[in-house]
Design a binder for this molecule. Structure first.
Ligand SMILES: Nc1ncnc2c1ncn2[C@@H]1O[C@H](COP(=O)(O)OP(=O)(O)OP(=O)(O)O)[C@@H](O)[C@H]1O
Ligand SMILES: [Mg+2]
Length: 179
């Protein structure tokens, strides 16, 4: 994968498959600390300790135990190859938290990618899910809480043409103001 946003998309899709009703996506670019942190929290079905261990390192597992998924191992590798770290906390029936820390200025760090487009795609594809998206760049912050948007829209879909256009501009503008 060439961009961190594509990893985010994959990890959020895991949360969707896990039946999450609420998903938090947090991107924190702390240039002084030379760190880019991505955190994805969900209230989906969670994983047992044993299963989680296999998911994080699929190559130590016998192939027959599960289909070999690569979303998590690829994200882990992308973070760790920049001198960063990776962890997952998960509890069956409660949810999952995935946290990846990248070395900001490391030569192998992938670009973040287009977060406005990524979040627009997620908000409109999974409208029934409440998303909280927060992007920090140093001391600037942009936050979107889709439940608040839905309350204002009173049942009009994010995919209604005029809403979609507004949402797209809102996300682009919010992102651009971080720089
Ligand atoms: N947030 C989550 N909640 C519950 N289970 C999860 C979560 N994320 C991952 N899993 C479990 O871990 C498995 C591995 O995830 P991973 O993203 O590495 O591969 P995958 O989704 O199966 O395949 P792909 O390579 O298409 O991503 C999933 O199939 C799922 O069973
Ligand atoms: Mg996956």
């Amino acid at each position: 994968m060439r961009e961190i946003s594509l990893h985010i998309l994959d990890i959020v899709q895991n949360s969707v498959v896990a039946g999450a009703t609420r998903i938090e996506v947090f991107v924190d670019e702390d240039i002084a600390a030379d760190r880019l942190t991505v955190e994805i929290n969900d209230d989906g079905c969670g994983m047992s300790k044993d299963f989680l261990a296999k998911v994080i390192d699929p190559f130590t597992t016998k192939r027959t135990t599960r289909k070999v998924g690569l979303g998590i191992p690829l994200f882990k590798n992308a973070a760790e190859s920049t001198g960063g770290s990776f962890e997952i906390q998960s509890e069956l029936g409660k949810g999952t938290c995935v946290r990846a820390v990248f070395g900001y200025s490391h030569i192998d760090r992938q670009p973040l990618g287009d977060m406005a487009d990524t979040m627009l795609g997620l908000f409109t594809s999974y409208e029934q899910i409440d998303f909280v998206y927060r992007h920090k760049v140093n001391d600037k912050e942009f936050e979107v809480v889709t439940a608040d948007l839905k309350a204002v829209l009173e049942g009009v879909s994010f995919t209604a043409p005029e809403v979609y256009l507004w949402l797209s501009e809102f996300l682009k503008e919010g992102e651009s103001e971080l720089n």
